[in-house]
Design a protein around this ligand. Structure first.
Ligand SMILES: *Cc1c(COP(=O)(O)O)cnc(C)c1O
Length: 379
């Protein structure tokens, strides 16, 4: 059996251990220390955001973003339905109601049309949404101008869930910096990783200061332990931030390699019948191509389905994955309001993500395209 090829495995630069050793040598084995500070500085330098809080996960970052915006019990929060559950769970932590909104067919991200429809309908029903969580799926930017225009028109704060889109840009600006607050994830499967971790960024310094306060148990300034509000234990460990510092040294290479992997698949598989790659709509969109995603229209593919491709690759010990199952179809969320035309349901039925790691060798990639081509030829 060949060595397993994973969808998106961690890819260390070699520099991480230096910073981990520094943490051990200085005994900063804590959720505070020089690696945390320097990792935050590196994220600000790279993204152009003014302030950053390094946190224990992207989920924690979304949760704190909602708290900063005052989301509480009974409030409504609009969110992309085509996403991973971590976008929605923090809305429930706040005992608020998610209002799930469909994607549009160009960027596969939140549809401006359904967004405005949802906002107007909720306002008409007597409840203005407290926030919008916009997801950049698989690293692809959304229609930022239209979305920002609508968010401002109705004066609703925008949280960008750029968990999958670290290093992606829209019109040359880094994703995560368009909204009032931006979220990144450094989970083990993301484009760079701290094993588990995340970050919240904003140009509003007060918000980020308050996020750090809340993330460290909301301890008041006093020689004894005093608390005037409920806090969380959400800060990133200084040991793990050392991994992040090592990863930040190679972020440009990682983005460039994921894009090369994407181009390679495209070159070899784009002409197969019924295959359509998830693509940047115009040159204004720059995706980190965290995962290479494609859809197979089984009416044109001579009977090849995404499931048959996934199963064939699995036989060869290669991990490919179906798309995120939309949130409005999830048993846990399907009772919440949904606005859309079912577009992401079709994506879910027809979509597949191919192994996209930055450590994927050209030999392995050739093997993958060979297996997929053979399946199409055999039909
Ligand atoms: C990974 C991910 C998150 C959350 O990240 P964690 O760091 O694992 O908590 C949130 N939203 C999306 C879309 C993600 O893919």
């Amino acid at each position: 059996m060949n060595k397993r090829i994973y969808l998106s495995p961690p890819h260390m630069s070699g520099e991480e251990k230096k910073y981990i050793n520094e943490a051990f040598d200085s005994n900063w084995i804590a959720p505070i220390g020089p690696n945390v500070d320097e990792f935050e500085n590196a994220i600000c330098d790279y993204t152009g955001s003014r302030n950053c809080a390094a946190l224990s996960s992207g989920t924690a970052a979304i949760h704190l973003a909602l708290i900063l915006l005052g989301v509480e019990q009974g409030d409504e929060v609009i969110a992309s339905t085509f996403t991973f559950a971590a976008t929605i769970n923090p809305i429930i932590y706040q005992k608020a109601t998610p209002v799930l909104v469909e994607s549009e067919p160009e960027s596969w991200n939140l549809s401006p049309k359904f967004l405005e429809e949802a906002i107007c309908d909720r306002i008409a029903a007597g409840k203005k949404p407290r926030a919008i969580i916009f997801v950049h799926i698989y690293g692809m930017p959304g229609k930022m101008e239209d979305i920002l225009f609508i968010a401002r028109k109705y004066d609703i704060p925008l949280i960008e869930d750029a968990s999958e889109a670290f290093g992606s840009k829209y019109k040359g600006e880094m994703l995560g910096t368009f909204g009032d607050l931006g979220v990144y994830s450094f989970n083990g499967n993301k484009i760079i990783t701290t094993s588990g971790g995340g970050a919240l960024v904003s140009n509003n310094k007060d918000w980020i200061d308050r996020a750090i306060h809340l993330a460290t148990q909301a301890r008041d300034e006093a020689p004894y332990y005093q608390h005037t509000e409920v806090g969380y234990n959400y800060r990133l460990s200084n040991v793990l931030a050392g991994i992040g510092r090592g990863q930040m040294q190679v972020i440009e290479e990682r983005v460039s390699k994921r894009r090369t992997v994407n181009q390679f698949y495209r070159k070899h598989l784009d002409s197969l019948p019924g295959v359509q790659f998830f693509s940047e709509p115009t040159s204004e969109y720059f995706s980190n191509h965290w995962l290479t995603a494609l859809i197979i229209d089984s009416e044109q593919s001579n009977g090849v389905t995404v499931e048959s491709v996934r199963a064939k690759l699995a036989e060869h010990n290669i991990e490919a994955r179906p798309f995120w199952k939309p949130m409005h179809l999830q048993p846990v969320f399907d009772s919440y309001p949904y606005y859309g035309d079912g577009f992401s349901e079709r994506l879910f039925e027809e979509g597949l993500c191919l192994p996209s790691g930055s450590s994927l060798s050209e030999g392995d990639q050739l093997r993958i395209v060979g297996i997929v081509k053979e399946l199409f030829l055999s039909k």
